[in-house]
Ligand binder design. Structure first.
Ligand SMILES: [Zn+2]
Length: 285
């Protein structure tokens, strides 16, 4: 296979009439690591569509001299998540069902990473596991193999360069949250953006709503698919419990409630703690 170079990627994109934003600095040969092979045009178009949808956010977010090196998407706790590896950091965007970036946005500098491992889905549930310096963890599944390889290379190269340069910005937590309205950092344990005044749900507000009525937690985070799944589970559990109670079997419903509710509550706690979910945005003038 011939080497993937920037010139070859650009001519391939031009051939497919796909044009990246000139305002964003891309390392195209790693953003599009495959340009040869069967059914590749479809794969390239799909990748381009993903990149194009996050370009408006990237234009506002990227720092001076920040270069986009890998763009990928996968699932974090079943939520569609796009990841952008730059020369400084990994930016994460939650995506809605239409594939558009929506709240919540977050990022982590490579200098906040203890270890980054990529594995094959066949051998593990997660394709990407990042251990963070503050004890946090980021696991993402269903990532393409070529992208996993590109991620590992981007991380290793960047970490080496940044260590040499002594680049280590201070942070309030390894995975910093961004305001979904103005894209400024909202420090750890703060639920109001100092820059624009937007307010966000506190994790305990979300989880307590979940405990009162499970779909409510997903609903306030605007994760409607999750809310619908919780509603379906709730109905199913209610039916199972009714059947068990009719048979005077109290142990079984109790066990289901313990296992399902607590497992889902832990997931929700993780999601609510790794991203900010809009409560009230300021009026745009
Ligand atoms: Zn803001």
């Amino acid at each position: 296979m011939t080497e993937v170079t920037a010139d070859r990627v650009i001519s391939k994109l031009n051939e497919l009439n796909l044009h990246l934003s000139p305002e964003i600095n891309y390392r195209v040969e790693t953003v599009f690591p495959r340009i040869e092979g069967m059914f590749l045009n479809r794969e390239i178009r799909k990748k381009f569509q993903l990149v194009q949808r996050i370009e408006p956010v990237l234009r506002e977010l990227l720092l001076e001299h920040e270069q986009v090196q890998v763009v990928s998407k996968g699932k974090e706790k079943l939520l569609h998540t796009a990841m952008v590896f730059t020369n400084y950091r990994i930016v994460c965007f939650r995506m809605n069902s239409k594939g558009e970036p929506k709240q919540a946005f977050s990022f982590l500098y490579y200098t906040q990473i203890d270890s980054l491992k990529t594995t094959n889905s066949w051998s593990s549930r997660d394709d990407l596991t990042i251990a963070l310096k503050d004890g946090g963890k980021l696991t993402v599944s269903t990532i393409l193999k070529t992208e996993r390889e590109a991620m590992l290379t981007a991380f290793q190269n960047a970490q080496k360069v940044l260590t040499e340069q002594g680049f280590d910005p201070s942070v309030s937590q390894s995975r910093e949250n961004l305001c979904g309205n103005c894209l400024q950092v909202v420090p750890k344990d703060q639920y109001q953006c100092a820059a624009c005044g937007a307010t966000f749900w506190k994790p305990r507000e979300i989880v307590s709503r979940y405990f009162l009525f499970p779909p409510w937690g997903g609903f306030v985070m605007k994760l409607y698919l999750m809310a619908a799944i919780h509603l379906a589970y709730l109905i199913l559990i209610m039916i199972l419990i009714s059947i068990s109670l009719m048979r005077s079997d109290y142990g079984f419903p109790l066990m289901i409630i313990m296992v399902v509710y607590i497992k889902a509550a832990m997931n929700m706690w993780f999601i609510a703690n790794n991203g900010l979910y809009q409560k009230k945005f300021p009026q745009r003038i």
